[in-house]
Design a binder for this molecule. Structure first.
Ligand SMILES: [Zn+2]
Length: 301
């Protein structure tokens, strides 16, 4: 939050503030996701599996490379907190901050979900978004953000002074532990900043604080992804429901979310390979250090 300035305004303040913004990361040199090919594959989808995420809970799901999955609103407006891991290496997971830097604050069709260092490759590509009509509203809000983190019991304890166990962070931790056999304490550090599916968020115009408003999602809406690598996903049906009032409590009306997994005609994508991990040599400028130049470590999966 901006405070009242304590220091004098310099004479050239207006000129300094009038400099032209430069987009920090050009999106013209990003690898092309070949959306035209993915759109052709979409025409051949057959549903393989369906997973229902109960309200105020999370569930995991697996999607093989080359398959598609949809997160679908059912029964009522509901926000979902999405985590993605490379199925063979849970240390390689979605990197919300770099995805935000590359694509912007809110994601839609054609944007990709990038993985953390040292891999930095697309784990998934968004191929359809029935809320793409929403754009940015008069408050500066939009849907599917990568600016929030996830509701969690630590911030709840900090701000409200009591414990709540069905925040998305805890839901995802329990679900990942159940899926992998890891203990809760082993699973928790693998839970990461999310894609806030269907959530409507922005920053207030005056104080630039993170805000949320009731999601415009309605039953039947979906966000669809193409799995670039073998994926383990986790989705929490946020205790905030449509996130129009409060989260981190049992107050809001909450609804389930559905995840459908689809296979396209395999012949269409036979030539498509999972994207390689970053080719950066990881020497960080310390030349001759052989121990630092190995390929990315493969953690427990
Ligand atoms: Zn939440």
């Amino acid at each position: 939050m901006k405070r009242t300035p304590e220091y004098p305004t310099p004479a050239d303040a207006a000129a300094r503030q009038a400099r032209t913004p430069v987009v920090a990361y050009s999106d013209t040199t990003l690898p092309d996701p070949d959306l035209a090919l993915l759109q052709r594959a979409r025409d051949t989808l057959t549903r393989q599996q369906s997973v229902l995420v109960p309200p105020r809970e999370a569930r995991t799901f697996r999607v093989p490379a080359g398959a598609f999955f949809r997160i679908i609103s059912v029964e009522g407006p509901q926000v979902g907190d999405l985590n993605l891991w490379a199925a063979d290496n849970l240390q390689e997971h979605f990197y919300s901050g770099k995805t935000r830097a590359l694509h912007g604050t809110h994601l839609s069709t054609g944007d990709r979900l990038w993985s953390r260092f040292p891999c930095l490759r697309p784990l998934a590509t968004i191929t359809a978004d029935t809320l793409d009509w929403y754009g940015f509203d008069a408050d500066g809000g939009s849907v599917h953000d990568v600016i929030g983190t996830r509701c969690d019991p630590y911030t709840q304890r900090l701000l409200a002074g009591h414990d709540y166990h069905h925040c998305c962070h805890s839901n995802l931790t329990r679900a990942l532990a159940a899926e992998t056999g890891l203990s809760l304490h082993e699973a928790e550090p693998l839970v990461h900043d999310v894609l806030n599916v269907f959530m409507c968020t922005g920053f207030t115009r005056d104080t630039h604080q993170y805000f949320m408003k009731a999601s415009p999602v309605r039953p039947g809406d979906y966000l669809e992804f193409f799995a670039e690598v073998d994926l383990l996903g986790g989705l929490s049906a946020c205790p905030g429901g449509d996130c129009g009032s409060e989260h981190s409590s049992d107050t809001a009306a909450c609804f389930p979310l559905q995840i459908d997994i689809y296979q396209p005609d395999p012949a269409l994508l036979a030539q498509r390979q999972p994207p390689p991990v970053s080719a950066y040599d990881r020497t960080h400028g310390r030349f001759g250090d052989q121990s630092a130049s190995a390929s990315p470590s493969r953690g427990r999966g």
